[in-house]
Design a protein around this ligand. Structure first.
Ligand code: SF4
Length: 341
């Protein structure tokens, strides 16, 4: 049986036609699905034969919220149970402009970044486009409002699941679906250069965020194994290509770790690397993760780092630390949950 959220409207129309039903049934089904109605018998606009055919051919479910934690700042971190009993994390954040949802693109991750709890047990499998989308729909149902922004920054390396992530972008952008502008979607990558180039060639208006975290290949290799494959030089060239194709400004993520990469000389080195590029640096006070030894930088060190970047003409902000009281860093909650099973 196929997962219905993997289908676009056109695909569902074709399916209904092939199964002897009017194509307009597809739009009726879409209207139910995207409002979170997954009980086929509740799809009252459909005739009995269309409902029976749907039941025979499709899995029509949204991920179930297994556990949810609400932070003091309103961030909601959910553990979602998929049909195959795998568990993923989805985070809902409330901003002045609306709700933003951070979705997972894979179960686990094979990239091995040493600061990330998602990768500790390797990768289990890719999520399908519909499974990524279903996290957004389930979140919208939960908060009772439209989701205005989506970030692919949960567990998984989105560009390592390229085809499904591209399909997800089509599905979420479709006007009969959630009709979300690509400009409101951010893809975060550890720097898969060949895929950044492939994404650039599609000329989508996605915001690209690069997890950089260090200013030399040598130091980066110690925390991000992908640095053995792609150098910072390669990444910067691919980013320049991305910007030339899309006209979009790219973000660089830099997690500040006390005594490791948060010194004045690091800030100057970062500014030199990014000089002349139309980019933005997000400084992230690293969340303390219990199985790792990293300590967050002090507030003074963070401010100094930001001021140095700005002094060198680099736009930089300190990301608001959301949900730090509820294990909101990537993969942390899932990992705590699995340990206690
Ligand atoms: S930070 Fe991202 S790419 Fe690195 S291991 Fe974690 S999920 Fe994978």
């Amino acid at each position: 049986m196929e997962y219905i959220f993997d289908y676009s409207l056109d695909e569902l129309k074709a399916w209904f036609k092939d199964h002897g039903e009017s194509a307009f049934r597809a739009k009726q089904v879409f209207d139910y699905l995207y409002r979170g109605v997954t009980e086929i018998d509740e799809m009252k606009n459909l005739n009995t034969s269309a409902r029976e055919k749907l039941k025979e051919h499709f899995r029509v479910t949204l991920p179930k919220v297994l556990d949810q934690r609400v932070s003091k700042d309103g961030t909601v971190k959910m553990l979602m149970l998929l049909e195959d009993q795998n568990i993923i994390e989805t985070v809902i954040m409330k901003y002045h402009y609306g709700y933003s949802v951070c979705v997972s693109s894979q179960i686990g991750c094979k990239m091995g970044c040493t600061f990330c709890a998602s990768t500790k047990d390797g990768m289990v499998r890719n999520l399908s486009a519909g499974e990524i989308l279903s996290q957004v729909i389930a979140s919208s149902v939960l908060v009772g409002e439209r989701i205005s922004h989506v970030v692919l920054m949960g567990s998984g390396e989105p560009l390592d699941n390229f085809d499904q992530v591209m399909k997800f972008l089509d599905l979420i952008h479709a006007k009969e679906g959630l009709n979300l502008s690509h400009r409101n979607i951010t893809i975060s990558t550890c720097g898969l250069v060949d895929k950044i180039i492939e994404l650039a060639d599609r000329k989508l208006q996605i915001t690209l965020a690069i997890s950089l975290h260090e200013t030399t290949d040598e130091k980066r290799r110690l925390i991000m194994p992908i640095a053995n494959k792609y150098s910072i030089h390669d990444i910067l060239n691919s980013v320049k290509y991305y910007m030339s194709k899309t006209g979009r400004r790219v973000s660089f993520e830099y997690a500040l770790v006390k005594g490791s990469n948060d010194g004045e000389e690091d800030a100057i080195a970062l500014a030199k690397l990014l000089k002349g590029m139309k980019i933005h640096v997000n400084l992230i006070p690293v969340n303390t993760i219990k199985e790792m030894l990293y300590l967050p930088s002090s507030n003074e060190a963070i401010q100094r780092f930001r001021d140095t970047l700005i002094g060198h003409g680099i736009e930089a902000t300190v990301r608001r630390e959301m949900g730090s009281d509820i294990d909101a860093a990537c993969g942390q909650l899932r990992r705590s949950y699995m340990e206690n099973m």
